[in-house]
Design a protein around this ligand. Structure first.
Ligand SMILES: *[C@@H]1O[C@H](CO)[C@@H](O)[C@H](O)[C@H]1NC(C)=O
Ligand SMILES: *[C@@H]1O[C@H](CO)[C@@H](O)[C@H](O)[C@H]1NC(C)=O
Length: 265
């Protein structure tokens, strides 16, 4: 009879099966709390945490102080929650699987499992613009209604270029790449939002971006600093050129007159 009860309990424990693995992404240098949410039987023999299934981290034995393994000395703290641990200052090498289990006289049983990935924060990005058809101030067609831009978004180790075309003040992304996954596993993407072009660089733990205003590069676009800048430069050039011409002509006439006057003397 007793044997059957024990067998029954074992079946119950086994039937609980594998527990859910919780994926966690942590920024390098941050701390991580590994929680035990499952119920721990009152009469447990020990509870422990292991890294990558084999490396001991800490053991809890009833009525005794917790024992931290030498590999983790100085790196663990114990939050209020029972059997939970706080791992401090995570580095890339701390990526892996963290498991807690409870051992009773009936065998062991998983309590918690985390798949931890430690990532570096992403590097800054820079958007640069290459107007495909820069406006020539002497081109009388400054009033044309379209504008093409090639934008390039660069990070330390990669870059993407995208073409943006604005017609009648409506812009769209026409060609090139819109997004890319970088060698470090982060994503880089360029998109339009209202009158801005934005480049975003992000991974699971951080993001950076750079923004430019379309109006700074496309005249006649809402937000342009001066929609008629092209025309005024054109006018200034004409005025300067005309004044120069007048001075030159006057000089020639003056010299001519002076010579004539000299001859008359
Ligand atoms: C832990 O396991 C992960 C894979 O789950 C592996 O990438 C990592 O190198 C292992 N770390 C150590 C220190 O064994
Ligand atoms: C963009 O335009 C939408 C409406 O079209 C507006 O709700 C939103 O605030 C604008 N965003 C920015 C950043 O100007």
């Amino acid at each position: 009879m007793f044997i059957f009860v024990i067998l029954g309990l074992l079946v119950c424990i086994e039937a609980q099966g594998p527990i859910a693995v919780t994926p966690v992404f942590v920024k390098k240098g941050d701390d991580l709390i590994l929680n035990v949410d499952a119920d721990v039987p009152e009469d447990f023999v020990l509870v422990d945490w292991k890294f990558n299934k084999t490396v001991n981290m800490v053991i809890f034995i009833p009525g005794k102080e917790s024992t931290i393994s030498p590999d983790f000395t100085g790196r663990l703290e114990f939050p209020v929650k029972k059997f939970s641990v706080k791992l401090k200052n995570l580095q890339k090498a701390d990526s892996g699987v963290y498991t807690a289990r409870v051992l009773t006289i009936l065998g062991d049983q998983p309590l918690a499992e985390y798949k931890v990935t430690v990532e570096d924060p992403v590097s800054p990005v820079k958007l640069t613009v290459d107007p495909v058809d820069p406006l020539d101030p002497l081109d009388p067609l400054v009033s044309r209604s379209s504008c093409n831009l090639t934008v390039t978004c660069s990070t330390q180790d990669s870059h993407i270029s995208s073409t943006i075309r604005c017609v009648n003040q409506t812009c769209s992304q026409e060609g090139g790449e819109q997004s890319e996954v970088t060698t470090s596993g982060a994503s880089l993407w360029v998109y339009l939002l209202n009158s801005s072009i934005i480049c975003n660089h992000s991974n699971h733990v951080s993001w950076t971006n750079d923004v430019i205003m379309i109006g700074d590069f496309c005249p006649k676009y809402p937000g342009s600093e001066s929609p008629s800048a092209g025309i005024s430069v054109y006018l200034v050039k004409i005025v300067v050129f005309s004044v120069g011409l007048v001075i030159m002509v006057s000089a020639v006439i003056t010299v001519h007159l002076m010579e004539k006057l000299k001859k008359h003397k």
